[in-house]
Design a protein around this ligand. Structure first.
Ligand SMILES: *Cc1c(COP(=O)(O)O)cnc(C)c1O
Length: 243
């Protein structure tokens, strides 16, 4: 990493350094997704200049526009709630879709992926927060999706892991419990999903949990991928704070 020469680059480097340390002590790979929603191209390029390659967006038009304009080696993560009528628009550009939260999304995604002959990597979003407002499958639905034969219907999809968001609260122990539950589900599904994915050349490798306010707890509980926005890019335009 080059030396930082802006506050944004300093913040990015601080997060990356801490993640590197955690990665070493946890002995597993940790990926930082820089959540750049609402931010101008210039901010993403400042992060890119520091070697940052994974960026997260939650709006289809914004993701596609940035993907068309910015360097082609950037890996784009769709982290927002997926609307089925928009899937065909972002599919050609996306590296990983984090917010798959219902079977309908899997069906439409399979159909659109087949049309463009692409394999699409997805994460199943699990509802772990005690708040009623967050999207996601519940534990039982996730366990049902862990049956390998389910995936025969979705040959173009590569379900490589789980994603979840903890309750927005100061109560760190509650956040920890929610992340811990997600990590446990991930582990329970490991053998059957790895077996199913082996013939697709993939692994059940990814546990996407942790944002600016709770990523340290998430990493302690087993996260392999954190989605950090405001701690790097600063506060967002309040018009787009929804997932
Ligand atoms: C916006 C967003 C983030 C990043 O949030 P910060 O608190 O700014 O780090 C992470 N995950 C999802 C799903 C988001 O919508």
């Amino acid at each position: 990493m080059k030396a930082p020469d802006s506050p944004l680059q300093e913040r990015l480097m601080a997060v990356q350094r801490e993640l590197d340390g955690a990665q070493e002590s946890a002995d597993r790979e940790l990926t930082l997704v820089a959540v750049s929603k609402t931010k101008p191209d210039q901010d993403l390029m400042e992060a890119y200049a520091m070697g940052q390659k994974d960026f997260g967006e939650n709006r289809v038009q914004e993701l596609v526009g940035k993907a068309q304009r910015l360097p082609k080696d950037i890996l784009w993560h769709m982290i927002g709630h997926v609307q089925t009528n928009k899937i065909k628009d972002f599919l050609p550009w996306v590296h990983l879709v984090h917010g798959v939260d219902r079977v309908k999304v899997l069906r439409v995604m399979q159909k659109e992926a087949a049309k463009i002959n692409r394999k699409v990597r997805v994460l199943l979003q699990v509802h772990i927060a005690e708040e009623a407002t967050k999207f996601g499958f519940d534990g039982e639905e996730i366990l049902a999706l862990g049956a390998p034969e389910v995936w025969e219907e979705f040959p173009h999809l590569l379900p490589v892991g789980l994603m979840g968001m903890a309750t927005f609260t100061e109560d760190q122990e509650q956040v920890r419990r929610e992340f811990s539950r997600l990590a446990k589900l991930h582990k329970v599904l490991q053998p059957s999903m790895d077996e199913m994915l082996r013939e697709r050349g993939e692994q059940w490798s990814t546990l996407s949990m942790g944002m600016s306010g709770d990523w340290r707890v998430a990493v302690q509980e087993g996260s392999t991928m954190v989605r950090v926005g405001s701690a790097i890019f600063g506060m967002r335009n309040t018009l787009n704070t929804k997932a």
